[in-house]
Design a protein around this ligand. Structure first.
Ligand SMILES: Cc1ncc(COP(=O)(O)O)c(C=O)c1O
Length: 393
């Protein structure tokens, strides 16, 4: 049975995480380990014009009126996007945040106290682990399938045996595996948590990056009781660096709004206005179509390079969106060591153990295909494959 764990091994893992973040700041390093997509995929000039106009025409009163829950027009535009995805989310339940990361922190703070237990996926995005550690939470890791995400059987078992206060999950193109929970299973997941009276904090920053023609079913569309806190941002799909995120907080909206006011007070007002104006008239759908096409093409090229070079016994599940490829290497490979060896060759990767409270996935790595798959990147894949094929010692 899955058991709760503390964070005793986290210090060393954090060192690796900060090392990777530092390394990808250096443009000489090949950013296969980066969490960020290439910044050149985004309409930064156009966004800059919207931002300049927002600052020039700023209503002085907006510094007060746009305090949490946030700019009215931006929340209205977000509400319209939910509607387009089949979910009825009123602007009144949306709270604007400084990126999804702040959203996750606010949700955790709103529904837990230090010492509480939360359920997370295994593997999971390391920043969720870091946030839970900082808040003094214990975590129980629920196994996930690299293609279909969270195991409902394991989750149900954990809910039955442990006092879980909240779940922090990614249903769409999860970081690091790229898994996608099928529609029927996400309906069942929301119902299961509703029955157990446990809130779902859904970290959903990759939902817009689907390669297929349709967006996955939005969990807010199957959440009649408002038990889902749907957290997202524009960081991965439109405007990295603008730090605009939000929470569709359902029944927790007032609680979240108070948390936001008492922590960071507000999110930058001109940027909120610029994002609202862009959503209204900037050509977001057109941009998303281009972005999805570029990412899907880059995924195919990275998979081809991996399949050409990596040793026998390497396994991968092709993602249907996002920009991460999760590789299971032969069990003889030590991913933390591989990370160090790769960095010496000017290549960053994200080793599996940073995605696990128990430091599992020691033979797995996450590669980023959000950057153009050019000659430099192909050569880096070949070098990585050679390192992974050479006995380590
Ligand atoms: C799964 C996931 N959630 C949240 C974030 C952070 O989002 P933001 O930059 O909007 O804070 C990231 C960034 O890597 C991520 O991968």
């Amino acid at each position: 049975m899955t058991r709760p764990v503390g964070h005793s091994t986290q210090l060393a893992v954090s060192d690796f995480i900060f090392e990777i973040l530092d390394s990808v700041k250096d443009s000489a390093v090949v950013p296969l380990g980066s969490s960020f997509p290439s910044p050149y995929l985004f309409p930064l000039d156009k966004l800059g014009r919207f931002l300049a106009a927002a600052a020039r025409h700023l209503d002085p009163l907006s510094t007060i009126t746009d305090l949490p829950p946030g700019n009215d027009e931006l929340r209205r535009q977000l509400s319209l996007r939910y509607l387009a995805h089949g979910a009825s989310v009123s602007p009144g339940e949306i709270v604007i945040t400084s990126g999804a990361m702040e959203g996750i922190n606010l949700c955790l703070q709103a529904v837990t106290r230090p010492g509480d237990l939360i359920a997370i996926e295994s593997p999971t995005f390391y920043a969720g682990l870091q946030a839970s550690e900082r808040l003094g939470l214990k975590v129980i890791e629920i196994p996930t399938h690299p293609r279909e995400g969270i195991s409902l059987t394991a989750l149900e078992d954990a809910l039955r045996h442990h006092p879980i206060k909240a779940c922090l999950f990614m249903l769409n193109f999860a970081n690091p595996t790229g898994s996608l929970v099928p529609d029927e299973r996400r309906r069942a997941l929301v119902e299961l948590l509703d029955r157990h009276d446990v809130p779902l904090i859904e970290d959903d920053v990759y939902a817009e990056l689907h390669f297929g023609p349709h967006a996955p079913l939005c969990s807010k569309a199957v959440d009649p009781n408002g038990r889902v806190m749907h957290v997202s941002s524009f960081s991965k799909c439109l405007a990295p660096g603008y730090r605009i995120g939000w929470i569709a907080a359902g029944r927790y909206a007032t609680l979240i709004q108070r948390q936001k006011l008492s922590t960071s007070l507000a999110t930058t007002v001109p940027v909120q206005i610029a994002m609202a104006d862009y959503l209204k008239q900037g050509g977001y759908e057109n941009h998303l179509r281009h972005l999805r096409r570029s990412l899907a093409a880059q995924e195919a090229m990275l998979v081809e390079a991996v399949e050409a070079h990596f040793p026998e016994g390497t396994r991968l599940a092709r993602p249907q969106g996002g920009y991460f490829l999760w590789l299971e290497l032969p069990r003889t490979v030590d991913a933390l060591l591989l990370h160090r060896q790769a960095l010496e060759q000017g290549i960053s990767i994200a080793p599996g153990p940073i995605f696990s409270a128990k430091r599992e996935f020691g033979h797995c790595i996450r590669l980023n295909f959000g950057h153009p798959v050019d000659e430099r990147l192909r050569a880096a894949v070949a070098t990585l494959a050679r390192l992974a094929s050479t006995p380590q010692g």
